[in-house]
Design a protein around this ligand. Sequence first.
Ligand code: SF4
Ligand SMILES: [Zn+2]
Length: 332
Amino acid sequence: MERRGRRPSDPEALWKEKDMSRGEAVDAMVLILRTSGCSWAKKRGCTMCGYNAASSADVTPDHLRAQLEKAMARYDGEPFVKVYTSGSFLDDREVPPDVRDDIYSAFSGCERLLFESRPEYATRDALSQAPKNATLALGLESSDPIVMRDCIAKGFTPADARRAGVDAKDLGLSVRSYVLLKPPYISEANAIEDAVATGIYADGFSDEISINPVNVQKFTEVERLWRAGEFRPPWIWSLIEVMSRLHGNVSARVMSSPSGGGSARGVHNGGCCDAKALAAVEKYSFSGDADDLKVDCGCRGKWESYLRAEAMLGTPADVDRCVVDGMAIRTR
Ligand code: SF4
Ligand SMILES: [Zn+2]
């Protein structure tokens, strides 16, 4: 990944990776534009989101064009281009319509152009301006309105996201929905159920369902809870459980590309099998073959004990910090 410093004329980051297009694994370029920032982060912000650090109030349309020019200098004709803004690509205050048009035409020749937006900016009008190779990425997060409001503070409802997804599909675009695995304030077991239910809800308007395990970002409400021992990022076993339960029950491709996997702040098991389990998740995300999700490790039993201990104690706190070898309670 290339990070180019903090000048408003520099993209926040740019890197190359693999993703899927037309059923094949292809090269993809990921461009994170530095913009003036997410409108919701300025008002309240989601409990797990620290993306505001990637924005700058000084960014002008000319800066955005300069960022695009720098990205084009690095573009090697990858079939899949993903343009993120750490906010909403379709928010005119972040990316003015004429800059958006420049981006659309710069990547008009690629197979897929993905951008992310909150639903209030993904209006039929805005979506109809997008080229037909576009994929709308939606931070649906949860199909439970109470989880959306009280645990995530998302500032929109699942129905709002659904409306945007249905409109995008109706206009011939494709949709990738992000499902949050383990918002704060709910137990690991409830988080699994919530993510499975959300994946099934998303299937009605999504070509792809991306499971996003919460990772602890700096200066967020989730970080405060994590430091106090009141939040543990999800286990990789939970991620595998969600993907396994969605497999065969949804038509959309199920995938996950976790940030910070294997670290204390990211989705993790016990350190014994994290790399192997994450490799299984990645392999499945490309193959769609349920056999690729099969992983063995003794710590699976510890995860099962964790789920039981949480239920017994009636808390979503980090039981891992006070339970040793199964069920013995340690004082902190
Ligand atoms: S998660 Fe998305 S909508 Fe929520 S504050 Fe972050 S950038 Fe904004
Ligand atoms: Zn293990």
